[in-house]
Design a protein around this ligand. Sequence first.
Ligand SMILES: [Mg+2]
Length: 181
Amino acid sequence: MRSPYLLLDIDGVLIPFPDADGTTPATHARHDVVPTGRSADNPVTIWLNPDHGHLLMDVIRTGLVTPVWCTSWRQDAATLVGPLLGLPVLPYVDLPRPQITTSHPDGYLWKRDHVDTWLGDAPAIWIDDDFTRLDHGWAAARTARGAATLLVQPDPHIGLQPEHLAQVTTWAAQVPAIRAA
Ligand SMILES: [Mg+2]
């Protein structure tokens, strides 16, 4: 059986949102990056925790999951952000660029319909800071029809924590049992 996909968001997961006073965690280091389509004299400042690279590699090396970026950074996740964390170039979900002013234009995460199509019936763990109640319902419905699905939702001001990834590996190791149930 194929290992479940591990869908990875970046903003609010690897890059925490600033606090009200504009600060980010002391664990994170500043990088200036130039996303695709942006001019080199207009970089974007991001904050990354080098520990996330080690933690994610530990998960990837278990072979229990198939990691895939699922973020509005799209290919820049694979070629720009991931390498800053020491990650290999991973595949990414090529999300569209909808003209939306909220991440929940229909009450659920805007990425979800694309992810649903992309996944088909594959089991999946999805780490994103922006799920709504409807997304959790979607995950439960997928699981009920045999496509085991785990949503992991970090606090966007804190981001990914070691316990989130511990949950990922524990759950991924149990997926065959979930599918057989
Ligand atoms: Mg996010």
